[in-house]
Design a protein around this ligand. Structure first.
Ligand code: NAD
Length: 437
């Protein structure tokens, strides 16, 4: 099939590349000229494991190409994917201007039947809005609008896209349904379902899934905070809970609060949708409040340890990305922690395997960026671990002790064993676990 993908960010580029990998001809279009130029030159503008091999193969074999021209991209396309930003507006609702703006342009460009697919995360009712904009200038026989929310996780996006747990397709058109089924069949050969439903339910499914996951993390963060007070160990509690098949083991790790480009904005947007429907979504209100506090937890622990006096202190930070295996720093907890430490007068020496370039664009020389995780420790008064990159899991504790001024570690991800840290001579503070005494 011929496919156009509008927007080549974390979702659009993975979507386009993976569809090319199954034999489709894909043209990706983006308004960012520099980005398009880089991709035309074979450069991938984001860090996403495994994407490079697919990108290289499909561009070389002519199935994946890039342009800044929407008309050129959609001319021969049977399907047009919208993978555009839906950032939070001032009142927390999803800003639909990118989606509706492109829909308006498409209404002047479409000449033959096309399926317009919303891949962005959009509030319930958006596919109707897109439909109405297209219908202003187009015969309704010439298009169908489909809601196909994306569930990929940054860091494992290629795997998630190639082998999705499920594909959700919201459409009331049997013609569009057949096109989507044909497109996605190669991705569900192991038997995972393609779930067909109405557009509104598909849009809601995405918000419900993300809001549930954000709630699950937040619940564990609160259990962890209470464990600290009660001298229980949240790691044990987590394993004890997760062994129950009704609960399951995944997504129960406490930490420094959720971040990223999706959970905070999607929870806010669902809250906004609820408010507009005069529904008081109390759990989500609590989730956002708890998360705001949790993001401050590590900085609070550091400040308490130093009796609120961080003037002249240097804190090493391991991990800046909002999670491992990505360079994405949108709403990353590390940014909140850094802001609070800087405000308290601390100096920051930071290391992240992939995200430093993006952070440097925001902080410039306000913080120091180090080439190596150990270099960040030289002369630092403490280490704060914020992102659980694999490379931080088994460090040389001997070298850490030698480089740090004090053997003091604040671990926002519970990477190390409490007894081991005590044996190694560290003062080690983590989440939901008390130091061994
Ligand atoms: P992104 O910001 O990484 O990418 C968006 C791209 O769209 C950018 O390259 C931008 O230049 C381009 N763009 C903006 N306006 C344009 C226009 N008029 N024409 C063409 N291109 C344009 O965003 P993302 O993270 O890929 O997210 C896209 C959508 O997918 C959002 O709704 C998001 O909530 C959703 N989503 C994201 C993830 C994720 O993990 N990032 C997962 C699932 C769903």
């Amino acid at each position: 099939m011929n496919i156009a993908v509008v927007g080549t960010g974390y979702v659009g580029l993975v979507t386009g590349t993976c569809f090319a990998e199954t034999g489709n001809k894909v043209i990706c279009v983006d308004i960012d000229e520099k980005k398009v130029e880089r991709m035309k030159n074979g450069e991938i503008p984001i860090f996403e494991p495994g994407l490079d091999v697919l990108f290289e193969r499909n561009t070389r074999q002519g199935r994946l190409s890039f342009t800044t021209k929407l008309d050129e991209a959609i001319e021969d396309a049977q399907i047009i994917f919208l993978a555009l930003p839906t950032p939070p507006g001032e009142d927390g609702s999803a800003d639909l201007s990118y989606i509706l703006g492109v829909a308006d342009k498409l209404s002047f460009l479409i000449k033959d039947y096309k399926v317009i697919v919303d891949k962005s995360t959009v509030p319930v009712g958006t596919s109707e809005k897109v439909h109405n904009i297209l219908a202003k200038h187009l015969d309704e026989e010439l298009f169908d609008v489909v809601s196909n929310p994306e569930f990929l996780r940054e860091g494992v996006a290629v795997d998630d896209f190639m082998k999705p747990d499920r594909v959700v397709i919201g459409t009331s058109s049997s013609r569009a349904r057949d096109v989507m089924k044909q497109l996605y069949e190669p991705f569900v050969r192991q038997g995972n379902p393609i779930l067909f439903m109405d557009e509104r339910s598909a849009e809601m499914t995405k918000y419900a899934a993300n809001s549930y996951l954000a709630t699950r993390i937040t619940f564990m963060n609160e259990i962890a905070n209470l464990c600290e007070k009660l001298e229980a160990n949240v790691d044990m509690v987590r394993i004890g809970m997760g062994s129950d098949s009704r609960i399951g083991k995944r997504f129960l790790f406490p930490g420094v609060g959720f971040g990223g480009s999706c959970f905070p904005k999607d929870v806010q947007a669902l809250m906004r949708t609820a408010t507009e429907s005069e529904y008081d979504f109390q759990i989500l209100d609590a989730v956002l409040k708890v998360n705001t506090e949790q993001r401050r937890l590590l900085a609070k622990k550091i400040k308490t340890h130093f009796q609120d006096d961080l003037q002249g202190k240097t804190i090493a930070i391991w991990g800046l990305a909002f999670k491992p295996n990505t360079d994405d720093i949108r709403e990353a907890p590390a940014m909140y922690i850094i802001d609070e430490l800087l405000e308290a007068g601390a100096k920051i020496k930071a290391y992240d395997p992939e995200a430093m370039e993006n952070v440097q664009k925001i902080y410039g020389d306000k913080i120091q960026f180090m080439d190596d995780q150990y270099e960040a420790l030289i002369g630092a008064d403490a280490l704060a671990i914020v992102t659980e990159w694999t490379v931080f899991r088994t460090p040389s504790f001997k070298v850490m002790r030698e480089l740090l001024k004090e053997p003091l570690v604040f671990d926002g991800r519970n990477l190390y064993d409490l007894e081991r840290m005590q044996e190694q001579g560290f003062h080690y503070l983590s989440i939901g676990r008390n130091p061994v005494s």
